[in-house]
Every structure is written in C-alpha cells, then in structure tokens.
Design a binder for this molecule. Structure first.
Ligand SMILES: Cc1cc2nc3c(=O)[nH]c(=O)nc-3n(C[C@H](O)[C@H](O)[C@H](O)COP(=O)(O)O)c2cc1C
Length: 412
C-alpha cells in the first residue's frame, strides 16, 4: 500500500491515504454556522491534497460545545453552511467527514448554559468543573441527537461522520472506568460502558443507512497520571466491539484533558507564555494558583509528553492484530519515509496528520510532487501554540516562531 494510492472506506472512495485529522477551527458563528473563514481554511486543505478532511469537534447539542466558535450540527440551520463546506472541499477533489461530539464533563462551564453532564457526577480536575450524572431519558436523547446530527451532515453532502470517542469527551467518559461509575445498563462492565457508543453508531446507521461511512476516533490509552483510565487491553476490547458494529474506520488515539493537560494526545512542548495567558484569562482561583507552576510542571511532564515519532503505532499494531477495521494512525507522524513504512508494514491503512497541516496545508501535494528528502519532512515542530491558542478561542493557525522554539528547548 502506498501513500498516494486510492482507498475506500465502506462506500466512500478516497484519492489517497492522507487524512487531515480533526482540529477545532474556532471560526464559526456563535450559533455554530460555517463562516467564510472556515470555507477558506477547508479550501486550502483540499487544495493541499489530503484525501479526507475531518472537521474539528462539531457539537450535537449546543451545551456540548467546547469553544463558543465551534461548528454546530445540532440544528437544521447548520445544513446550508455544511453544504457549502462539502462543495468547497469536493471542488478540489478531497472528501470530508464531520466529527460529532459532546463535551460532557470536560468543558468550560462558562461557555455553556446548563450544568455540565457526564455518565457519573465527578469533578474534572484539569478543567476544575463538576458535572452531574445524566439520567436515562437524557442518555436516550443524546443518542437520538447524534443520529440527527449525522443525518444533517449526510443531507448536506458531507461524505462521512466520525464519532469522537476519544480525548476525554462524553463518549470517552462513558467508556472510561474512571469517569463512568454507573451501576445500570450504561456502566459496570465493558459491554455496558460501550453501550452508549454502540447505540450512537446503530442510531446513525438507522438514520443514514448502513452504507453511510461512520468512523470512530477511539482512545486506546487514556494516559496518566490518574488511575482507572482505558489501557491497551480495554482499548482493544472496545475496538473489537466497533469491528462487530461495522464502523468504516478507526482512528487510534489516546489521552484526555486530565492526562497532562491534553499533551498526552498532542505530544510536544507545553508553551509557557500562551499557557500563562490562558490561566490569566481563566480568572478562577484555581488558574491563578497554577500560574507560578507552569515551568516546573512543564519539566515534570516532559518525559511523558515529549514528541516521539508516530506515538500510537504500538497501540495500532495491537488493534490491527485484534480486528479487521481499516486503521488511521495519528500522532507525531512527520516524515514521508515513515508514512510509507507504516502503510507498507500494514500497521495502518491511512496516515492522519494534525499539526503538520496547520503549518503546511499543502504538505500532501509537496509529498506527491516527490519533494526532496529534506522537503519530505513536515516543518511542524510540535510547539503546541496552536493548541493552547485554540483553547482560548483563537482561530486555528500556526503561531510558530523560531525564537519561541529555541527558547523553549533550552528551558526543558
Ligand atoms: C489545535 C488542535 C486542535 C485539535 N482539535 C481536535 C478535535 O477537535 N478533535 C480531535 O479528535 N482531535 C483534535 N486534536 C488532536 C489531533 O486531531 C491529533 O490527534 C493530534 O494533534 C496528534 O496528531 P499530530 O501529531 O499529527 O498533530 C487537536 C489538535 C490540535 C493541535
């Protein structure tokens, strides 16, 4: 299998094996509609040559948003903008999937109208947010809302949806023993904790038809330092259930907001100055108390969160051995030779890139043009400024400056 060989995800044909991984764009209107800035962003990525573009997390209920400028799929008012988005991407020959999400108990409480919810009542220590437990009618309502959202995407000409079951958001909260302490049909055993995710997939299939491709981004490892998260064994058990459920592809990932502030997911640097600004902006006592500790914290977590190339490959290898779902490998993939090797070894069927495409939206075309050895390495240095800035609600873009990086490397 080669990087620029066409691929299929169920009924969906893709021009090549490069996927733009989901990244919050933070450029939509306050009611979740697509803007011209979003259309420009996606036209650039489509022109850049990635075969499939997955949007950043798009909320299925307004109170499931992360940012106030996130994409919405919770209402029919969103369909028109989604249609324009699909057309803009198709115009350049790429395909597009919308990532369906609800933040649950991992949210900024001041950005939503109601009390945060989760499978069980608990405090999220990274966000310093306490959520209440969902009751059964609310869970059933959420499942319907995921199905409705997928149907809207399909009506708008979006090629596929990706259910976000990773990174500490609501579906992941149901899957994780640490956050799901329920003793009813929605918790207590692997099958019960998976019930919410599987019911969402079944509902999407029911609403959109069995041929509409449903992708899933799944945590195979929630990461430390808290105990009781998903580990490799449990992650593989969930992957097997997804295989039986007929999902079109699995994007293998890990980490939550509570595992090293999201940096287990996005390995690389913890940028000190933007993180301080984020804490300043936050205004809560908790944030103020944390501010003097950013530098020591950064040094302490560095061994767990520093960039290692293709850091989910080990997990993907185990998933590959356990089930037959097409796999997208994400996380720290930076060199063309490694992309080709991962595909040739059969570890994954697709190469999913996040931050490298923020810095170089045209990277896939560069690679396709047979760029020289030096050009074929992504220029992204994983400084993670894009991540922290988006967390503060700023539009997604590359904030890298060489002087930042030199200073930050000296400090670690
Ligand atoms: C600014 C930013 C926003 C992100 N937003 C999302 C998101 O909305 N949904 C998601 O599943 N992952 C999100 N991620 C994680 C990426 O999809 C990807 O898994 C991660 O960056 C690792 O891949 P990379 O090393 O190629 O960047 C985000 C990452 C960044 C840097």
């Amino acid at each position: 299998m080669k990087l620029f060989e066409p691929g299929t995800l169920g009924s969906l044909e893709l021009p090549n094996r490069i996927v733009k991984s989901a990244m919050s764009e933070a450029v939509c209107t306050a009611d979740g509609r697509v803007t011209d800035a979003m259309l420009r962003m996606y036209s650039r990525w489509a022109r850049g040559g990635a075969g499939l573009l997955i949007t950043g997390l798009a909320y299925v209920q307004p109170d499931g948003r992360e940012n106030l400028s996130d994409l919405g799929v919770s209402d029919d008012i969103h369909i028109e903008g989604l249609r324009a988005l699909a057309e803009a991407v198709h115009h350049h020959g790429s395909r597009i999937a919308v990532q369906l999400n609800h933040s649950g108990g991992q949210c900024f409480a001041d950005r939503i109208e109601s009390k945060p919810v989760g499978p069980s009542a608990r405090r999220n220590w990274a966000m310093n947010v306490k959520c209440r437990a969902l009751d059964e009618p609310e869970i059933l309502r959420l499942i319907t809302d995921f199905g409705d959202a997928a149907y809207r995407a399909q009506q708008a000409g979006i090629d596929a949806v990706q259910v976000h079951a990773a990174h500490g958001w609501l579906v992941n909260q149901f899957l994780t023993p640490r956050t799901n302490k329920r003793r009813d049909a929605w918790g207590g055993s692997t099958e019960n904790r998976a019930r919410f995710m599987l019911a969402i997939i079944a509902e999407i299939h029911r609403r959109c038809g069995p041929d509409y491709p449903v992708l899933v981004k799944l945590n195979i490892d929630d990461g430390g330092p808290l105990r009781g998260g998903i580990d490799l064994k449990l992650g593989i058990a969930y992957a097997r259930l997804l295989d039986q459920a007929g999902v079109a592809a699995l994007e293998v990932s890990g980490g939550t907001g509570e595992s090293y502030f999201g940096l287990y997911t996005c390995r690389g640097d913890l940028p000190v100055e933007p993180s301080r600004r984020m804490l300043d902006k936050d205004g809560r006592l908790f944030a103020k108390a944390l501010k003097p500790f950013i530098r020591p914290l950064r040094a302490a977590i560095h061994p767990k969160t520093r960039l290692v190339e293709h850091y989910w490959e080990h997990a993907a290898t185990h998933v590959r051995a356990a089930c037959s779902i097409p796999i997208m490998l994400v996380g720290g993939i930076r060199r063309r030779s490694e992309m080709e090797r991962v595909l040739a070894d059969g570890v994954a069927d697709y190469i999913s890139l996040g931050r490298p495409l923020v810095r170089q939206p045209g990277l896939p075309r560069l690679l396709a043009a047979g760029a020289t050895d030096t050009d074929s390495e992504a220029q992204c240095v994983s400084c993670n400024r894009c991540l922290v800035e988006v967390g503060m609600g700023a539009p997604l873009k590359c904030h890298y400056k060489p002087q930042h990086h030199a200073a930050s490397l000296r400090a670690v």
